[in-house]
Design a protein around this ligand. Structure first.
Ligand code: 13P
Length: 341
């Protein structure tokens, strides 16, 4: 393990005003996105869509790294340049989703999930490093209601995340550790804080047990927010207060960065919430930035609509969202900036 390389990569991914584009949708998930714009899920369409995002001029001012899916890491742009080389040439670090998805956890409550993909991971990581990947992602899915998650669900997923993280670091790949407490449900913000706290304390105990170098990871969590169906939604100030309190209690200061997932929040809400955290007073020993999928891509996907004639519009939409989130990562975003688009 090259500790210096790991720490350098982790810090570069959360450089000032920069965050990560999560473009690692599996073939099944990208199908849902493409279907929403009446576009068939072909390899060419997947390539054209991702090429539009990656070739957006100036995106590298705001995007430090892109998480790719296996197919995309091996794929070439229309001109024959591999996407990994294209990103590297812009100073953008290629990353790779390495988990094999969330499956039903035997013994769990009401269909709880465990993420698979550890078998053979060590060899896959070596190959991914050779293909240019310098960071990876593994997502654990934690469902939330009055009784879930079970302690089994938290412990089993934390153990898998820690095993993954240790394997990544052995391959000089920075692990993004993602315990996602879902937004689905009618739970309130206090219940989300309680579950997120349990998930994080279970996770960091496992990372310590596996001797994971905390300076060489990034945490990708949910924000502390009420469920989508909760009658009492929270303001950005309330989300920032609850999220910062939870993370100060449970995330060691050695972790260089916390890069949030958007999880189904509206684009501008994900931006405003991140901004509120960065603008808030008090101790923040880690960088607070983004690793958004939907909240960086939704507007671009819609503007493109699968039509070559709309590529410039898609790029403009992506550039704008990336810029707004970059401002939020520095705590200088204002809602009025949306109008400039
Ligand atoms: P969302 O921002 O759309 O939640 O996706 C981020 C991600 O990579 C989830 O694993």
């Amino acid at each position: 393990m090259n500790k210096q390389e790991l720490m350098k990569t982790a810090q570069a991914l959360v450089a000032n005003g920069k965050g990560i584009l999560a473009a690692d949708e599996s073939t099944g998930t990208i199908e849902k996105r493409l279907t929403s714009i009446n576009t068939p899920n072909t390899e060419t369409n997947r390539r054209d869509y991702r090429e539009m995002l990656f070739t957006t001029d100036g995106m590298e001012e705001f995007i430090s790294g892109v998480i790719l899916y296996d197919e995309t890491l091996r794929q070439k742009a229309a001109n024959g340049t591999p996407f990994s080389k294209m990103l590297q040439a812009k100073g953008v670090i290629p990353g790779i989703k390495v988990d094999a998805g969330a499956k039903t956890l035997p013994g769990g409550l009401d269909g709880e999930k465990i993420t698979e993909g550890l078998d053979g991971l060590s060899d896959r990581l070596k190959e991914y490093y050779g293909l240019g990947a310098r960071f990876a992602k593994w997502r654990a899915v934690i469902e939330i209601d009055a009784v879930r998650p079970s302690s089994l669900c938290l412990a089993a997923n934390a153990e898998a995340l820690a095993r993954y993280a240790a394997l990544c670091q052995e391959a000089n790949i920075v692990p993004i550790v993602e315990p996602e407490v879902l937004m689905d449900g009618d739970h309130d913000i206090a219940r989300c804080e309680e579950v997120t706290s349990d998930a994080l304390s279970t996770l960091f105990a496992a990372l310590e047990r596996h001797n994971v170098l905390l300076e060489g990871i990034l945490l990708k969590p949910n924000m502390v927010i009420p469920g989508l169906k909760c009658k009492k939604q929270a303001s950005a100030a309330e989300v920032a207060e609850a999220t910062l309190r939870c993370f100060r209690r449970h995330v060691p200061a050695a972790v260089p960065g916390i890069v949030f997932l958007s999880g189904g929040q509206a684009d501008d809400v994900a931006t405003a919430n991140l901004n509120a955290m960065n603008a808030a007073a008090g101790e923040k020993p880690w960088k607070l930035s983004y690793s958004y999928g939907r909240a960086l891509q939704a507007a671009a996907l819609k503007a493109w609509g699968g039509k070559p004639a709309n590529i410039a519009a898609g790029k403009r939409a992506f550039y704008h969202r990336a810029k707004m989130n970059s401002m939020a990562a520095m705590g200088t975003y204002k809602a009025i900036m949306e109008n400039a688009a």
